[in-house]
Design a protein around this ligand. Structure first.
Ligand SMILES: Cc1cc2nc3c(=O)[nH]c(=O)nc-3n(C[C@H](O)[C@H](O)[C@H](O)COP(=O)(O)O)c2cc1C
Length: 367
């Protein structure tokens, strides 16, 4: 049998196979951030569909400034724990593991989602007309942020999640600190790569220390921010960041890319229809995997069993992560195990829809 469908262990946690449902914001929660029955149903279908690990959509750790949109799940208060418990129990009944993704929007939000305030970022940021669109976090706010992540991770553990994933990708706050495109600070949190990763490392260490050695703490990391500015994030910096967050407690790294505000199509590339278009972060992931001791989880355009097997076999990745294919086929893993050669997702991106998460593609399935 293919290695894809065999159990896999990371530290103390074991997964029934190598498949991960990558974090996917589903818009099915209450406007106030609590879990709904519709979400529990979505997660039941995913778990029953055979996937090994489900990562929830991004859940925000600081209220209101960390909120990226309404609705969005929250984990900034104890009141969220009971709803998550039901979600976790449902997933466990069907043999899958589930992690909560911890996130902070930083500049990728709008005043209407954060009680009319100005979004925060590593630095003061301005739009093309010179209007201020984000303000720099103060040092004491950065300290508080670390407390928020720690408290959020402990809540996730109390809710029964098998682990947490810290969102450091897609242009949200921690990706903003990593990239010189958005981080122009001149203190210990900006400038050199050592300074730009200091918050990512501090958070990794703090969260891991709080939840304990046995409790998995993963990260989703940008391999590129996708922008063409001179200040874009460079791959050698990312490789170093990956090594350092792993040294500070991160147990596995999901390698992604793109910045929602400017380059969402870099994150979720449209029109993946042939094997040569698949696995678009594989070259970066391979370099990261060669440089770190922890497992790497590849996401981005994986669609066919043959491409998945080849990135597992050639040392690019240890697990196979997908988002859009599971929106169309929550039972995709069972189907692949039964012999289906590839996902039927055509990567049309109609699933990015404010009305809620569903596959809206109505054309023919790819050959
Ligand atoms: C509707 C939608 C919502 C998403 N929400 C999140 C999210 O909350 N957190 C995250 O890290 N990535 C999110 N992503 C990105 C995916 O996890 C994934 O990295 C990306 O779509 C590439 O994988 P794919 O080609 O298998 O879709 C989202 C993607 C989609 C399509």
């Amino acid at each position: 049998m293919s290695k894809l469908f065999e159990p896999y262990q990371i530290g103390a946690i074991s997964f029934r196979n190598r498949f991960v449902r990558s974090a996917t914001h589903d818009r099915l929660m209450l406007p106030s951030g609590e879990v709904t029955d519709a979400q529990i149903e979505l997660f039941r279908n995913l778990a029953a569909g055979g996937v090994g690990l489900i990562v929830t959509g991004h859940s925000y750790v600081s209220h209101p400034l960390g909120r990226a949109s309404i609705p969005q799940n929250g984990i900034f208060h104890e009141r969220f724990v009971d709803g998550y418990k039901k979600m976790v129990e449902t997933v466990h009944q069907h043999g899958a593991k589930i992690f909560l993704q911890l996130a902070h929007a930083g500049r990728q939000t709008s005043p209407e989602f954060i009680d009319g305030q100005m979004p925060v970022a590593p630095s003061d940021l301005f739009d093309d007309q010179g209007r201020q669109v984000a303000r720099a976090l103060k040092l004491e706010e950065i300290d508080r942020l670390q407390e928020d992540y720690e408290a959020a991770a402990l809540r996730a553990k109390r809710a029964g999640f098998d682990g947490v994933q810290i969102h450091m990708a897609h242009g949200y706050l921690l990706a903003q600190f990593l990239s010189p495109y958005t981080n122009h600070r001149e203190d210990e949190y900006g400038g050199s790569i050592d300074h730009r990763i200091s918050l990512l490392c501090a958070l990794s260490y703090r969260v891991k220390a709080a939840v304990g050695r046995q409790y998995p703490v993963f990260a989703k990391l940008n391999t590129t921010d996708g922008v063409t500015a001179e200040t874009q994030l460079a791959l050698p910096d990312v490789i170093y960041a990956a090594q350092m967050i792993a040294e500070h407690g991160i147990d596995a790294i999901e390698t992604s890319g793109g910045t929602i505000k400017e380059t969402r199509v870099v994150m979720s590339k449209p029109g993946i229809l042939s094997p040569d278009q698949e696995a678009y972060f594989a070259p970066a992931a391979k370099q990261i995997k060669a440089a770190v001791k922890v497992p790497v989880i590849l996401v981005g355009g994986l669609r066919s069993v043959s491409a998945m097997e080849s990135v597992l076999a050639d040392g690019t990745t240890d697990m196979i992560s997908m988002s859009r294919p599971f929106i169309r086929e929550p039972d995709l893993v069972n189907k692949l195990a039964a012999g289906q050669a590839k996902a039927t997702c055509v990567s049309c991106n109609l699933c990015f829809n404010p009305q809620g998460l569903s596959c809206r593609y109505e054309g023919p399935a790819p050959q």
